[in-house]
Design a protein around this ligand. Sequence first.
Ligand code: NAP
Length: 291
Amino acid sequence: MKYRRLGITNEKIPLIGQGTWTYGENKSEALEEIKALRFGIENGLTLIDTAEEYAKGGAERIVSEAIKDCRGDIFLTTKVSAKNCSYKSVIEAAERSLERLNTTYIDLYLQHWPSKEHPLEETMQAMEYLVDKGLVKYIGVSNFTQQLMDDAQAVLGSHVIMCNQVGYHLNDRRVENDIIPYCQKNEVTVMGYSPFGYAPQFFGGVGFPEQGTMERQILDKIGRKYGATAYQVALNWILRHEKLITIPKAKTITHIKSNLKALELTLSDEDLQLIDTYFPKTNEGMSLVKY
Ligand code: NAP
C-alpha cells in the first residue's frame, strides 16, 4: 500500500480508502458488505469512510462488524449531517456514531455538508469539544468551498482542519481550480469521493463513461497500453495530486482487487494530455450547496 500524511500530522493514511454509501440499506447484503470491507482491510485499505446519514446509521453498524477485531489498524472517518450541526446536536450525533461503530474514538470527524441553519462557529466549537474529550482525533469538513474552509479555520482557534472531502472524478474536475491548490498550500488533505462518477440522484448523475462512447474508448485504449481497465486508469489519474487520496466504494472482490492494482500504474504525459482533451477542465470552481 502507498500512503500519504493526513493534513499537517504524521498520521499515515492509505491513498485508497473504502467508501460505504448504501451499505446497510439492504439486510440481505450485509454479509457481502462486511466481507468486502474485511477483504479491503486485509489488503491495506485501512481507511474507512462512513456517515451517520448512510442507511440511517446502518452503514456505521456494518463498519463496526467489519472492524471489531482490528479497530486499532483502522483509520475511521464518519460524518455529522448538516441538520445536526448545532453545538448540542454535533456532540449527540458523535455519541450515537460511537455507539453504532462500537468504538471509543473517531479518527476523523467531518461536517458532511455546509448547513443552512447552524452557524459554523457552533459546529466547530462542538468539534473542538469532541477532540478535547478524546472522542475525535481530527476535525474535517466535506463539500466545503475554499471560503468556508477559511471561515471554519478562523473559528477553530488552536485546532486545525485536516481534510475536505469533495467530489472528484474525470467528469467533475472543478476542485482542481480551487480546493486542490488551496489544500496543497495549506497542507489539508483532499479526500476525493465518487471516483467513478456520481450516482443518478447526485449532481445530475454524471457516472462513469459508458461502453461505446468516445470517452470510454479513450480510457480503454489508454488502459490497454498498461494492461489496465478504464476504471484503473480513472482511479490512478485522480491520485496524481499530492495531498490527495480517494475513497471508492467497491462491494465486489474483483473490483477491490482492480482498485488496488490501479496504484501500480504510472500514466505517461502523453496519456495525461489525452485525458485532458476528452475530459477537459472547466473554469468553474466548487459550488456552494447547503443543507
Ligand atoms: P464510486 O466509489 O465512485 O462508485 C461506486 C460504484 O463503482 C459501485 O457500483 C462499485 O461497484 C463500482 N466499482 C468500484 N470499483 C470498481 C472497479 N474497479 N471497476 C468497475 N466498477 C467499480 O461512488 P460513491 O459510492 O458515490 O463514492 C465513494 C464513497 O465516497 C461513498 O461510498 C461514500 O463513502 C463517499 N461519498 C461521500 C459524499 C459526501 O458528500 N461527502 C458523497 C458521495 C460519496 P460494486 O460496489 O458492485 O463493487
